[in-house]
Write a protein that binds this ligand. Structure first.
Ligand code: SF4
Length: 372
């Protein structure tokens, strides 16, 4: 009997891990048991094995920038250190000229292949602002993919326009939007949302908007922000809700578990959360993500932004196959002081090579642009 088989037999989650190795995804109840277990290394062995079976020792990343186009927001999420109310002296909205100039500079300096566009819920911005921005980027920089606007931003635009979210999505796709990031999901359980973001769209609305996006041919990422007031049961429900939608639409390309960063947020001031979840929990979440979505959502990202490059390297052993983006210009996590570093493609390539993995640069749709 090999050591891994002996360890599996001895573990209280051995039955779930064996099922995973046999190609059966954990149930919602299994997921809670995995979250309650401290057998993180065994979880990593299994999730890492599932990942290498699919991708070998190869990792992708995307050369991208983030345009946090406005910090004006009326949604007041308690976990957010980035937003400012309308008329606040530190509020900003970047102009189309500024968008063009930032994308042009990033193209010339880094040959980026993706712009990630996200911002606050700014009631002064009509849909034309976004349509003009997307058209401009796609026309002037056809090699750069436009990945933008969370489900809750789509909802905000629909409210400003007094239109449906599906109509908004169709118009944005028409003007150049190519895929939708998963932000705004946090934890897809309304009792959690009522505490951390009571003014934001509900879990059902997030799922509905994502389904609408998938139905008109806009693929998306799915995310989870863990490490605040949620329980393990809530996390398991989040995993399963996304799995159910994916079984229906197949529209999610990747899953990204983010840890909540409390610095400079109302939740820290109110002493709801004192510190972030940390590296041990990250590895557990990465491994469980791989097991829950094995054969369902192809890519699991390493979440280097909040946990640093060293932890992201570890995440590659625990089930991640994608390093994420270089995220140049990111401002949201930076407001919590938790951003680990300014990354360049070279730093990601070096970090992956240190792990003795092959590294490929990908585009917005996970197609290989070049091998390094
Ligand atoms: S997370 Fe987004 S919606 Fe919530 S306050 Fe911050 S910018 Fe606004």
């Amino acid at each position: 009997m090999s050591q891994i088989t002996k360890d599996l037999y001895a573990s209280e989650i051995g039955d779930i891990l064996e099922n995973s190795l046999a190609g059966n995804r954990p149930s919602q109840e299994d997921c809670v048991r995995l979250l309650e277990s401290d057998d993180v290394h065994l979880l990593g062995l299994v999730a890492g094995h599932l990942t290498r079976q699919k991708y070998g020792k190869k990792v992708s990343f995307v050369n991208n920038i983030i345009l946090n186009y406005t910090n004006v927001c009326v949604t007041d999420c308690k976990f957010c250190a980035f937003y400012r109310p309308p008329e606040h002296e530190e509020s900003y909205t970047i102009s189309l000229e500024e968008i063009e100039s930032r994308v042009k500079t990033a193209w010339e300096m880094f040959r980026i292949t993706q712009v990630l566009i996200q911002g606050g819920h700014n009631p002064k911005l009509g849909i034309e602002y976004y349509e003009d921005a997307f058209r401009l980027i796609r026309k002037n920089f056809p090699e750069i993919g436009v990945h933008g606007l969370s489900a809750s931003e789509i909802d905000m635009i629909a409210r400003v326009e007094k239109s449906s979210t599906k109509e908004v999505l169709s118009r944005l796709k028409e003007s150049g939007l190519q895929s939708v990031p998963g932000a705004g999901a946090e934890i897809l359980v309304d009792s959690v949302k009522d505490v951390i973001s009571p003014k934001k769209i509900s879990s059902d609305q997030w799922i509905r908007i994502m389904e609408e996006a998938h139905s008109i041919g806009l693929p998306a990422s799915a995310t989870m922000m863990y490490g605040h007031v949620e329980s393990n049961k809530d996390i398991a429900e989040h995993f399963v809700r996304i799995a159910k939608l994916q079984e229906k639409t197949g529209g999610f390309m990747a899953f990204i578990p983010w840890s909540f960063e409390p610095n400079n947020t109302l939740m820290q001031k109110e002493k709801t959360v004192a510190y972030s979840a940390g590296g041990f929990q990250l590895l557990k979440m990465i491994a469980i993500s791989r097991m829950m979505y094995d054969g369902l959502i192809p890519h699991i990202q390493s979440s280097w932004l909040t946990n640093g490059i060293g932890m992201a390297q570890m995440a590659l052993q625990y089930g991640a196959d994608d390093f994420g983006g270089t995220l140049i210009g990111e401002e949201v996590v930076s407001c919590t002081g938790a951003r680990s570093t300014e990354l360049t493609a070279k730093k990601i390539i070096d970090a992956v090579k240190q792990m003795d993995y092959a590294v490929v640069e990908r585009d917005n749709f996970y197609n290989t642009v070049q091998a390094h």
